[in-house]
Design a protein around this ligand. Structure first.
Ligand code: PEP
Ligand code: MN
Length: 337
């Protein structure tokens, strides 16, 4: 249920409502918009207590939220949420481009690619230190050592960094180094992990599960938001279909759907979405044209030697070309890079 307050409500009047919510056994989430404050009341059957609030002088309206996801919905918050990632504002007019290798492989390699990417004007650096691999015999990542190298790359280039956190226990160590924590597709429904990242206030990049519906993605974001963290960036990264020419099928439908139903920003990962290097540039352009707020792209200085996802990693020159093309696409849809 959503309680919309009248304009110019005093702090005391807001607190009165919050106390009533807590006294009734519910929790709340406040969203302060430009002109109005909105309070989301969280708890089962909260709508049955509608009358308790309706007659309060500071209340403009009390409305049920029709969807199973509440805090994440546009009904709860009309304006777009903007998530700060370093100096970037994801969800604002500027398209945010994050690039880097699939995994952090060594100090030298991550520093090298980070400098190349900085010159190509990316906004952030990616690199996995804890890797969710299909085979237990594949490279599993460098762990904390990898995070240290990534952090060093940040210090040298000034680029904010994003890296995956795979378990609730790893949340403290990963948050110590990164600017944004990534929840991987395979962990989108790891509810303990979602709750844990909900308790910190660092941005979270929440990737869509391999077989998850958009509604399930929203519900996963709801887990994070219900714990207090609203700094969430959703990420479309492809889903399983019957197609075999590509690794996954990038679901561009998800972009306008997310924009319509949620206030959270959405970025696209075409690298995992299609999984074939040469198809990635077209999907970068299509994502921006469809309204994505940014991209996360795998780039490697020597993809043929990469320890993970080499065949979907762009060569730096290819990536540079993509950046050039994206400037035109962004402009065509009223945005910039
Ligand atoms: C990755 O970003 O390298 C990754 C493993 O992504 P996903 O969880 O989307 O497969
Ligand atoms: Mn990868």
């Amino acid at each position: 249920m959503i309680i919309t307050l009248k304009q110019r409500t005093t702090k005391k009047q807001v607190n009165e409502i919050l106390k009533k919510i807590v006294d009734l056994g519910f929790s709340y989430h406040i969203s302060k918009g430009e002109s109005r404050t909105i309070i989301g009341v969280i708890g089962k059957n909260a709508i049955l207590t509608k009358e308790n609030f309706e007659n309060m002088p500071q209340v403009e309206s009390v409305t049920p939220i029709s969807k199973p996801f509440k805090l994440v919905s546009r009904e709860f918050k009309k304006e777009n949420t903007i998530v700060k990632f370093g100096n970037n504002k994801i969800g604002d007019k500027k398209i945010v481009v994050i690039a880097g290798p699939c995994s952090v492989e060594s100090k030298e390699k991550i520093l090298h690619i980070a400098k190349i990417l900085k010159r190509m004007e990316v906004d952030g650096l990616r690199g996995g230190a804890y890797k969710p691999r299909t085979s237990p015999y594949s490279f599993q990542g460098l762990g904390e050592e990898g995070l240290k190298y990534l952090y060093e790359a940040k210090k040298i280039t000034g680029l904010p960094i994003v890296s995956e956190v795979m378990t609730p226990e790893l949340v403290p160590v990963v948050s110590k180094y990164v600017d944004m924590l990534q929840i991987g597709a395979r962990n989108m429904q790891n509810y303990y992990l979602l709750k844990e990242v909900g308790k910190i206030n660092k941005p979270v990049l929440l990737k869509r599960g391999l077989s998850a519906t958009v509604e399930e993605l929203f519900m996963a974001a709801e887990y994070i938001m219900s714990q207090g963290n609203s700094n969430i960036v959703l990420c479309e990264r492809g889903i399983r279909t019957f197609e075999t020419y590509t690794r996954f099928t990038l679901d561009l439908n998800a972009i306008p759907i997310i924009k319509n139903m949620s206030h959270l920003p959405v970025i696209v990962d075409p690298s995992h979405g299609v999984g074939v290097r040469d198809y990635i540039p077209a999907l970068c352009r299509a994502s921006i044209a469809a309204g994505a707020d940014g991209l996360i792209i795998e780039v490697h200085q020597q993809p043929e030697l990469a320890l993970s996802d080499g065949s979907q990693s762009l060569f730096p020159e290819q990536f540079m070309q993509v950046m050039k093309e994206l400037k035109y696409v962004a402009k065509a849809v009223g945005r910039y890079i």
